[in-house]
Design a protein around this ligand. Structure first.
Ligand code: FE
Length: 254
């Protein structure tokens, strides 16, 4: 467990990465304010029981109030049923996915505790703090949100800022780090236009840390600004893929 922020009442914890083998590395974050907790993108079945245990130790399982799903992917929502059955928390996700998430198997008893977020985002209360649920659509999912915590000044950016293959937790050299982010962003993030709109929005916030769901954390104002400048000028997704829309000629090789 890594502590990203702690002022006694408010804590931001990066829970240990239990994802191994074939699973993409994923970060799970816990925000605690005045003894109440919010878990972000808790992942699938393999990590579920470890996380429940850790949260039990840190705040007590009944103090988990919010489960945040940034989007609909399995590395985020696959264990939704377990989370809802084991805790008293309310889960929130884009309205777009409310009828899709139940396909992972969500019990009728708890299904009403998954609540939809409008495209415009929202503000929720955790303990005594307002948490901002920011629109981040098309980065990468069409119904996608991020969390901004104004106390720790951490922006939880979901798949934006994701990096794969590096062996460190904090980025120390941004220019060197680009190679671990670039491939993912060019293919998984839908469009540069979304990135430019996002940059305009987050420049209004006071951000100390950008914490993505996969890979290393960007810490410090300089690093944060470098990242925003980088994504703002990036061509991604549909910007790059005009050429692939052709009837295939190659046979599947497996
Ligand atoms: Fe995803």
């Amino acid at each position: 467990m890594e502590t990203l922020f702690d002022n006694g009442v408010h804590k931001n914890l990066l829970l240990e990465d239990f994802g191994h083998g074939e699973m993409v590395q994923a970060n799970v974050h816990l925000i605690v304010d005045s003894g109440k907790g919010m878990i972000l993108d808790p992942g699938g079945h393999k990590v579920f029981k470890h996380l429940i245990q850790e949260i039990g130790i840190v705040i007590g399982i009944d103090n988990l109030e919010w489960i945040f799903f940034s989007h609909q992917d399995p590395d985020i929502v696959a264990a939704a049923n377990g989370w809802l059955m084991t805790t008293k928390a309310t889960a929130i996700a884009s309205k777009l996915w409310l009828r899709f998430i139940p396909h992972f198997g969500v019990d009728r008893l708890v299904i009403d505790r998954i609540k939809g977020i409008d495209d415009t985002g929202t503000i929720i209360k955790l303990g005594n703090t307002d948490m901002y649920i920011l629109p981040a659509h098309w980065m990468h999912s069409p119904g996608n949100f991020q969390v901004y915590d104004p106390v720790s000044k951490i922006l939880y950016s979901g798949d934006l800022g994701a990096s794969l293959g590096q062996d460190y937790t904090f980025v120390s050299n941004f220019e060197e780090h680009i190679k671990y982010m670039e491939g993912f962003h060019r293919r998984y993030i839908s469009s540069g236009r979304a990135l430019r709109n996002w940059a305009k929005m987050v420049r209004q916030l006071d951000i100390e840390i950008i914490a993505p769901q996969h890979g290393a954390i960007l810490k410090g104002k300089e690093m944060v600004n470098k990242f925003i400048r980088w994504v703002e000028n990036l061509e991604t997704g549909v910007d790059l893929m005009d050429e692939v829309y052709k009837v295939p000629v190659q046979r599947f090789k497996g």
